[in-house]
Design a protein around this ligand. Structure first.
Ligand SMILES: Nc1ncnc2c1ncn2[C@@H]1O[C@H](COP(=O)(O)OP(=O)(O)OP(=O)(O)O)[C@@H](O)[C@H]1O
Length: 274
């Protein structure tokens, strides 16, 4: 990890706007979103379906070019995939014909870089995959495959880890296990993490702050701070604070969806009437 100038946020999203040019016209997916993620923070992004969460996250990774606005890492503009930013997706995306270890090494082969095998072994141990390196992906459960994806993402020692609905396809128990694992890895490495999730519980359990997006066009509607110390135990999920926060976030998401749907219906009725 490169030395950094702490006068800048770790990841700075400034007025990020993205228009997709589609056959049926231009679609404003995110509109002037600004967010400063500090070093060592875990930030979750929640919001209605189609509110631009993935678009915002992919823009942070440099995989999507913004229409206007910019993303900066340690004060430096991000214009494309960056070695200090790694991503984990909902699908582990493992090559089925390669062993687990060969999958983890694959991005290094593409880049012509030398993997730090001791670090990879340490990560494999950390996520409970010690001894599984020579297995094929089909021999691993969905949760184990996501652990491999996590090792692959962390093998580069990124300073920012972006996760797009990483545990969305897993059952509730495995998901909880993965949330604990993410927290443990975070406490070991203090990697800055930005996570898109549909689960408010997951967002509360993991995050320092939760960003709520409005229905399309996606704007940052609110940002909530989660006040619990780490490591967090599942017991916090039964507290009144969590109940109230969950209720507030749900109301923000659902209320916004309903009011935008109502506006669309009224606009359609008006245009029919005229
Ligand atoms: N490559 C693309 N081309 C055209 N439109 C796109 C593209 N990717 C996303 N969109 C549109 O942009 C809007 C935001 O999509 P995005 O996937 O970022 O939202 P999201 O909040 O992550 O949605 P979900 O929660 O359903 O995954 C949606 O209306 C979507 O259809």
């Amino acid at each position: 990890m490169a030395a950094r100038d702490s006068q800048f946020p770790k990841l700075d999203v400034r007025e990020a706007t993205k228009v997709y040019h589609t056959r049926s016209g231009d679609l404003l997916a995110i509109d002037r979103c600004s967010l400063a993620v500090e070093e060592g923070e875990i930030v979750s992004i929640v919001g209605p379906s189609g509110s631009g969460k993935t678009t915002l996250l992919w823009s942070m990774s440099g995989l999507h070019h913004l229409t206007s606005g910019e993303i900066a890492l340690d004060g430096q503009r991000v214009d494309g995939p960056h070695p200090d930013i790694s991503m984990v997706f909902q699908d582990a995306n493992l090559l089925p014909w390669r062993t687990i270890v060969a999958n983890i090494r694959f991005p290094f082969e593409i880049k012509g870089a030398k993997p730090d095998t001791a670090w990879i072994d340490q990560l494999m141990h950390r996520v409970g995959l010690e001894g599984f390196g020579q297995r094929m992906p089909r021999e691993l459960s969905g949760g184990m495959q996501q652990r491999v994806a996590l090792v692959r993402a962390l093998s580069f020692k990124p300073s920012v880890l972006l996760m797009d609905e990483p545990f969305g396809a897993l059952d509730a128990f495995t998901r909880e296990e993965m949330n604990h694992l993410i927290e443990e890895i975070y406490l070991d490495t203090r990697t800055t993490i930005v996570l898109v999730t549909h689960s408010i519980d997951e967002a509360i359990f993991l995050s320092d702050r939760i960003v709520v997006m409005s229905a399309r066009p996606g704007r940052i509607a609110n940002i909530h701070r989660v006040p619990f110390e780490r490591p967090r135990s599942l017991e916090i999920m039964g507290t009144k604070e969590v109940f109230d926060l969950t209720h507030t976030i749900k109301s923000e998401i659902v209320g916004d969806q309903i009011s935008k749907a109502r506006n669309r219906k009224n606009a359609a009725n008006l245009s029919k009437a005229s």
